[in-house]
Design a protein around this ligand. Sequence first.
Ligand SMILES: [Zn+2]
Length: 40
Amino acid sequence: MYVKKCPECKGKSYSAGRNEWICPYCGEDLNDVEAERVKE
Ligand SMILES: [Zn+2]
């Protein structure tokens, strides 16, 4: 599982994959943001 922190709203979002990642809070495109691997 991966987590990304949105540069716009600072919200954290989680996903099982890393493609087509959009911030669920503000709709920012997070594809250029570094994904961090997290334990489930
Ligand atoms: Zn956001």
